[in-house]
Each structure stands twice: as structure tokens, then as C-alpha cells.
Design a binder for this molecule. Structure first.
Ligand SMILES: Nc1ncnc2c1ncn2[C@@H]1O[C@H](COP(=O)(O)OP(=O)(O)OP(=O)(O)O)[C@@H](O)[C@H]1O
Length: 254
């Protein structure tokens, strides 16, 4: 079976520094994959190669049966590869509903000027409400972004990505900066993502990784040193040494 998404033998160097070393991985519909690794392991670089924000020195990126290695980020989005937005790109004076309406209209190729009239468009309103409801944001739909909690702003980033109808969703540290009291909300929302969506999550919060991922890839110095189940990652000697350290004992006891 052809995977929905795959990279083969991807390499990237900055000057003499090899940051992505022969990385290969693939994702099928419904996969829940976490990419973890110590600071500087090359996770952000890898995401940028996948999204088209960086070009690799060699290797290929394939999406939905097509070689997209030389395609730009927007073309990849149109083919279904979407990265969650970042809080810094939200408009603090706009509501979650307005953000979602704008995203849906943009996806449909409709002018941003129509955003003032979206409430009269039942198909847009239905979709906006469905996505907000899925992520537990419906009750906040009319508040300004600046009035909602940081964890909910992070959920709005995911909502905006879903509005682009991805086949493959890249979640870049969805719990980063979110207070402990709000991480349960993130977990609950991630549980409700469409089952056929393939999700690749980069995350440092190991509790979230263990609850969410069915498969874990560990990157160290740009190289994949582990690809397997969350249960096995804690037992792997190289991973313990490179990254997990004392967490390994906690994880393996669970
Ligand atoms: N544009 C660049 N030019 C030169 N070096 C870079 C560039 N981008 C990243 N690097 C280097 O590549 C290495 C990997 O960086 P990267 O940000 O991909 O790691 P990371 O795993 O995402 O780290 P973190 O978890 O701290 O975000 C680092 O040594 C970094 O300094």
C-alpha cells in the first residue's frame, strides 16, 4: 500500500553541520506519531523540510502519491499537508468564530472581504461551529482571542488547521507554554481529531506523548535512533542515554 505521506533518505546540512541525516518515515491514514528528541536534535528543521519551508540537500518528500519535494508550502497545504498555526499568528482583536470563517472562506478561494458576511452563509457557519465544537471552543466563539486562555488559543491554532481539511496534520508542540491546569483540555481535544487524519506531533511533554501517540520516533543529532511503540521507547538504551533519562523509569513503570 502506498503511504499517505512519506519521506525517504532526507538530508539537510547548514554549512558543515548535518542536521537531518538520512531520515525516512511514512504515515498512513489514522496514524498518531510523535517525534521527540533533545533540544537541537533537528525536529524543527525536519518539520520545515516536510512543510516546504526548507529544501533538503537530498531525499524525497511524498504526499498522496506525489513527489512534493520541490513543491512550495502552499501547494503542499492544497494537497492536504497542514501544520497547526501559531499563536503569534492569531489576531487578538478577532473572535475564534471570525478566525474559522476566514480560514474556511480562504480554503474555498473566496475573498477575505466576504468575512463580514459569513454569518449569512449557512454552510460556512455550520462548518465553523462543528470545528469549534470538536475542539471544545464553541462557548468561546464570540470572545476576542485576547480574552481566552492560552491553552484555548493553542486549540484555536489546531482548529484553523482543521478548517483547511488536512489529510496529514503536523502539530508543533501543542502543549508548549500551556499551564499544567490546561493540558487536560488539549489532550481531550486531540482525542477527538478525525480518526482518518494522519497526525505527526512534535512534543516535549512526555505525558502527552505517551497518551496520544501509537508510535514514537526519536531523533538525536539529526538521526532516527528509535521507531516503535511508546511502550518500547522507554526501554531502549540509546533513547535513555540520548533523551529520556530519568523519565524512562517513570514511563516503563506505567
Ligand atoms: N538556519 C540555520 N542555520 C544554521 N544552523 C541551523 C539553522 N537552523 C537550525 N540550525 C541548527 O541545526 C540544529 C538543529 O536545530 P533544530 O531547531 O532543528 O532542532 P530542534 O530539535 O527543533 O531543537 P529544539 O527542540 O530546541 O527546538 C541546531 O544545532 C541548530 O543550531
Amino acid at each position: 500500500m502506498i503511504p499517505l505521506f512519506g519521506v525517504q533518505n532526507l538530508n539537510k546540512s547548514f554549512g558543515g553541520l548535518a542536521v537531518t541525516n538520512n531520515v525516512s518515515l511514512s504515515l498512513a491514514a489514522g496514524d498518531r506519531l510523535a517525534l521527540i528528541g533533545p533540544n537541537g536534535a533537528g525536529k524543527t528543521t525536519f518539520v520545515n523540510l516536510v512543510t516546504g519551508n526548507l529544501l533538503p540537500n537530498s531525499g524525497t518528500v511524498r504526499l498522496a502519491g506525489q513527489d512534493v519535494t520541490r513543491r512550495n508550502a502552499m501547494e503542499r497545504v492544497r494537497l492536504g499537508l497542514v501544520r497547526s498555526f501559531q499563536v503569534t499568528r492569531l489576531f487578538y482583536g478577532m473572535t475564534p468564530e471570525e478566525h474559522l470563517a476566514l480560514a474556511v472562506l480562504q480554503r474555498e478561494g473566496k475573498s477575505g472581504r466576504m468575512v463580514g458576511r459569513y454569518q449569512a452563509m449557512p454552510e460556512v457557519m455550520d462548518e465553523v461551529r462543528d470545528i469549534l465544537d470538536l475542539l471544545g471552543l464553541l462557548e468561546l466563539s464570540h470572545l476576542k482571542v485576547r480574552e481566552i486562555a492560552y491553552g484555548q488559543q493553542r486549540l484555536l491554532e489546531i482548529a484553523l488547521a482543521l478548517a483547511l481539511r488536512p489529510k496529514v496534520l503536523l502539530l508543533d508542540e501543542p502543549a508548549a507554554g500551556v499551564p499544567q491546569s490546561e493540558t487536560a483540555r488539549i489532550e481531550q481535544a486531540l482525542d477527538k481529531l478525525p480518526p482518518d487524519l494522519a497526525v505527526l506531533m512534535i512534543e516535549h511533554d512526555m505525558d502527552l506523548v505517551f497518551r496520544f501517540a501509537k508510535r514514537v520516533i526519536v531523533l538525536a543529532a539529526g538521526t532516527v535512533i528509535f521507531d516503535g511503540s511508546p511502550q518500547d521507547v522507554t526501554k531502549d538504551a540509546r533513547v535513555r542515554e540520548a533523551y529520556l533519562g530519568s523519565y524512562a523509569n517513570v514511563g516503563s513503570a506505567a
